[in-house]
Write a protein that binds this ligand. Sequence first.
Ligand code: F6P
Length: 540
Amino acid sequence: MTINDLIAHRGKLKDVRLQDLFDADPKRADRYSSQMGNLHFDWSKTGLDDQAVELLQGFADKAGVAARRDQMFQGDKINLTEDRAVLHTALRAASDADVRVGGDNVIPEVHETLARMRDFATRLRSGQIRAPGGGRFRDVVNIGIGGSDLGPAMATQALSPYHDGPRVHFVSNVDGAQIADVLRKLDPAETLIMVASKTFTTIETMTNAATARDWLARDVPAESVGLHFAALSSNLEKTAEWGIADERVFGFEDWVGGRYSMWGPIGLSLMVAIGPDRFDQMLAGARAMDQHFQSAEGRANMPLMLALVGFWHRQVCGYPTRAVLPYEQRLARLPAYLQQLEMESNGKRVGLDGTALDLPSGPVVWGEPGTNGQHAFYQLIHQGTDIIPCEFMVGAEGHEADLAHQHQLLVANCLAQSQALMAGRSLEKARALMHEKGFEGDELERQAAHRVFPGNRPSTTLLYPKLTPEVLGAIVALYEHRVFVEGVLLGINSFDQWGVELGKELAVALTPVLQGETSAENLDGSTQALIKRLDQMSTV
Ligand code: F6P
């Protein structure tokens, strides 16, 4: 089974209309769907037929997806360029699980840390852990970036109906505007800063942490400043150097990748917001997805099918992007979260052996919640010249029982969009429409052309009962495993991120130039010219 077999089969399906596939098979919606617990993933509105599914499954078998999955779960060092295991799944494993790295079971330590997080969050929430001045900590600021921000920030917003702890805020950007805007509203005496950084060296995070320390020091006695900090990191040497007391440090091992880290200490801000029991429910949802991923066969396996559909669209059909479209305002940060998860994992140009890929890398991932996106970029999705596979998601109910009518409207819009993408509107129908409106002749033709929707555009729909912690955990784990499978199909290492390094190094080198400490004369002409222009514009 090769990619060419898949591309050849796709050639045969090119002109098949989705609507015809449904007409030919009344059970298509059921046969082209996967179920995990109370999550339902409908992939029937893609151009796949039974043979395409078989070919994709054959490709996955040949790529060794099942064997690599087992290697991941059992702690083998599958992150070859960093010589590390990949065990975010261990962060949500049951306490009696046995997962070994270098011969040692890592689960007792995971649960010990979870117990410490639980204890800290409980005491913080109850007011037992108090600010040194005697008052409660009413605000918590998580300072982190990338995986040390996006996961907890996305989940904290997603689960806002469950917030019953201190207010939680997030600062990530090195742009001082963000931390200034967040801190301006807070009282230093009642604020706890969580510095979230796996490495504890990331320039944005350490700069913001220093800014927060200065902000505290202006109002709080010098000897108390340290008591306003906690650290979430795997670099215990650096957290100690920074003066954060050991009991305020929550560590994790190098086998947790940044973008896969919201299940452990990096999720502490979320745990503070929603409470340890709900955090556990989120872990349970993810664990259920892990078990499903390891045991469900073929089409029933939801992460496998989400990945095969993704691979079909990107690597077989050649569509360069995919849109993630949650009809759930509280999932507004999910597209950004998935951008890191998917693009940092699978935006790679060489395979495991270091040779160039002969397939396109993972797609551009983007999106916005519906219905907002409908009034922004859906025009292009429906009538643009590029085909953009759409991944819709929607809950059967919202949290606002008194606004059920709004939820019905939301669901109607979600379903209408995938319906419109599939069915489109033919030229004939557009002409009839224009005729009804009184147009004739050339003008009718011209007007009708603008109102044609080609249709036959693929989409998938993920349904869930309600956005609970458990459902969120399952959705995020679903996408993690999808990224893993797509990475195996590509033959790449999904767990490193060398592509972010060069820019970081150059920024470090440019900073003294911008600070006027070193000269720009050895820089390339373009950068020199830009620095000169900025200099002319600046008044400081
Ligand atoms: O952007 C690169 C990256 O290393 C991400 O993978 C990571 O999530 C982020 O930076 C933050 O890193 P850290 O948690 O070490 O501060």
